[in-house]
Design a binder for this molecule. Structure first.
Ligand code: APR
Length: 241
């Protein structure tokens, strides 16, 4: 499909888009999963075994995320969103990231499939609410069920079901172009979005620092840092309007 005919762009972002904002990725050398055992800090079983360890892991990540600022890649996506929607076309921004940097750049309706560090979830009643600062099992009380001890980050752990899958499926069903930015493609269901979009007739583009596990699934892959690749691609897209 030629760029001028594109109506609906679906973009999904991974940790690579925030790397140049100073937030570590998960699977690059020195990444988060080389420093922590993911089964200890990012699973319901790990939380059941040692909730204080899990809360302190996310307290540190929340503090880093709050201190970080969006980079040119986050900002370019906002420029694209405004231009594209301003021209009456559709854009869906999905992220696996929990850092909130798309919002810090000005995005308003990001689909947070893995939740957000700036949200809390009550493990007892399922209530979800905005959260700032540290979490503590001794002190935090759910404002809905008033039970103490069940407040956890509203982050999707391994073994839990990602959020908004129906909405994402609908977006991928009508996408003309699917773009993955800064993801290793190691984690499903996001790793399957390119195949799904392609199956539905979309063109697929990957923007990543290096070849990923899912590179062969895309029509086109561009390699380089997101802060360079994304603004260039966004300029190209805006020029087609
Ligand atoms: N620009 C673009 N891409 C980059 C950059 C950069 N500056 N730096 C790193 N990358 C790429 C890496 O090459 C890698 O392919 O970003 C990707 C990051 O991959 P992961 O660390 O695996 O992160 P992600 O794909 O988002 O992980 C998915 O795994 O544990 C979880 O829940 C967590 O949402 C996360 C999920």
């Amino acid at each position: 499909m030629s760029a001028s005919k594109l109506q609906h762009i679906v973009i999904s972002t991974g940790a690579g888009i925030s790397a140049e904002s100073g937030l570590g990725t998960f699977r690059d050398a020195g990444g988060i999963w080389s420093q922590y055992d993911l089964s200890e800090v990012a699973t319901p079983e790990g939380y059941a075994k040692n909730p204080d360890l899990v809360l302190s892991f996310y307290n540190a990540r929340r503090a880093h995320a709050v201190a970080a600022t969006p980079n040119p890649a986050h900002r370019a996506l906002i420029a694209l969103e405004r231009a594209w929607r301003g021209a009456g076309r559709q854009l869906t921004l999905i992220t696996q990231n929990v850092d909130g940097l798309h919002e810090a750049a000005g995005a308003s309706d990001v689909v947070h499939m893995h939740g957000a560090l700036a949200r809390a979830l009550c493990g007892y009643c399922g209530h979800q609410w905005d959260w700032t600062g540290e979490m503590s099992r001794e002190e935090d009380v759910c404002p809905n069920c008033t039970v103490k001890g069940g407040v956890r980050p509203d982050v999707v752990w391994f073994g839990e079901i990602p959020y908004h899958l129906e909405e994402i499926g609908d977006a991928l069903a009508t996408a003309d172009l699917y773009v993955s930015i800064g993801s290793s493609g190691a984690v499903y269901p996001a790793a399957g979005f390119a195949t799904e979009a392609r199956h539905n007739g979309a063109r697929t583009l990957e923007l990543n620092l290096e070849r990923s596990e899912i590179t062969p699934l895309f029509h086109e892959t561009r390699l380089g840092p997101a802060s360079t690749l994304v603004p260039i691609w966004v300029e190209e897209m805006i020029a087609t309007l």
